[in-house]
Design a protein around this ligand. Structure first.
Ligand code: PHE
Length: 356
């Protein structure tokens, strides 16, 4: 056996497989060196010693060579893999497509946050509402034109919808005797719901979806959003209302923002106003909503209801103000959006413009 040639061959083994077969060839059970060692016993003692030493030296040399080559081959394989899988950590990452808040949600949050800073609580109410909360208790009796089939979606009650407009808390069971069910035409019904369950003073805002039975066009949708506000306490005045709406104007339009109030009629406020806000950038007034002092009829309706539930009357001697404004309307005006239907078509080309 030519040991030099064997060592040479090992040092050139092209890969781990061929290295393994070389190992078997020399040092395996039937390998050349192993076999030679087995025949040692048949040699005369002097020869045996000499031959034994040589074979041991070969074996050791072969083992070393195999180990060295194996380490080299493994290192090469590692380098090759590293090169192939090279990761440039300085490359910019892939931007995964991400969603964002809908423009309506953004406006609602903006509005609500302004009122939060003024100490208002944010509450929400059901979209399926009883006739009583949506109309009667708001001083809009049966003959009121707003209850016309033209304006209101009436809902046939079944178990599911009954649950949907069940009032939370102590009145949970009391949905009978409150008239039919409607998709709320405004968020003002929450004025009543909230007053029934709370003792003044309080300040709340109520964002929510409302529904009108309407032919849709660029400026009319059957569904849109409102923000309702209600403040009730012992000495609440019209000046407080003007202050809050003016603060809202500054919150929305900056230091030069201001509000304007003009008399108008809503059955549930007296006096009633409509308000507009000054948009400094465009130098124009934006008509945004209605407001006014809570009509005494509401306090009486709420106290009567409470009394029927065995609760104390707590609204005598109280005053309050309320407002309601259109959320999409604010967005339409402020961003110059030409068609309210864009809000619900969910076209990405529209929505992406308001990702902020
Ligand atoms: N609910 C009225 C509307 O839908 C707005 C409003 C709310 C007016 C509160 C006065 C007070 O137009």
């Amino acid at each position: 056996m030519d040991i030099e040639a064997a060592l040479e061959e090992i040092s050139r083994a092209p890969n781990l497989d061929s290295l393994q077969s070389l190992k078997v060839q020399y040092l395996g059970k039937n390998g050349q060196v192993t076999q030679a060692m087995k025949t040692l016993g048949q040699l005369p003692p002097e020869e045996r010693k000499e031959k034994g030493r040589v074979l041991n030296a070969w074996k050791q040399a072969l083992e070393e060579a195999l180990e060295v080559r194996e380490a080299q081959l493994k290192e090469q394989a590692l380098q090759a893999r590293l090169e192939q899988e090279a990761l440039d950590v300085s490359l910019p990452g892939y931007a995964f497509p991400s969603g964002g808040l809908h423009i309506t949600s953004r406006i609602v949050l903006e509005l609500v946050n302004i009122f939060r800073r003024l100490g208002f609580s944010v509450v929400e109410g059901p979209e399926v509402e009883s006739e009583f909360f949506n109309f009667d208790a708001l001083n809009m009796p049966e003959w009121h034109p707003a209850r016309d089939m033209q304006d209101t979606f009436w809902v046939e009650l079944n178990r599911a919808t009954e649950e949907a407009f069940t009032i939370q808390g102590p009145f949970a069971e009391d949905v009978s005797g409150l008239g039919g069910a409607v998709l709320r035409t405004h968020t003002s019904g929450m004025q009543i719901r909230y007053m029934i369950q709370h003792t003044p003073p309080f300040k709340i805002v109520v964002p929510g979806r409302v529904f009108r039975y309407e032919q849709t066009d660029a400026s009319h949708e059957a569904m849109f959003h409102q923000l309702e506000g209600l403040v009730v306490g012992p000495n609440i005045t019209m000046a407080d209302l003007k202050g809050a709406i003016s603060e809202l104007a500054r919150g929305l339009f900056g230091k030069e923002g201001k509000a304007r109030f003009q008399p108008t009629f809503f059955p549930f406020v007296e006096p009633g106003v409509q308000f507009a806000m000054w948009w400094p950038e465009r130098q124009k007034w934006l008509e945004l909503g209605g407001a006014g002092m809570v009509h005494p009829y509401l306090f009486k309706a709420v106290d009567d209801y409470r009394e029927r539930q065995g609760l104390p009357r707590v609204y005598e001697g109280m005053t309050g103000w309320a407002f309601g404004m259109g959320v999409e309307r604010l967005a339409l005006l402020r961003y110059g959006i030409p068609d309210i239907r864009y809000f619900y078509q969910n076209r990405l080309s529209f929505l992406r413009q308001f990702r902020g």
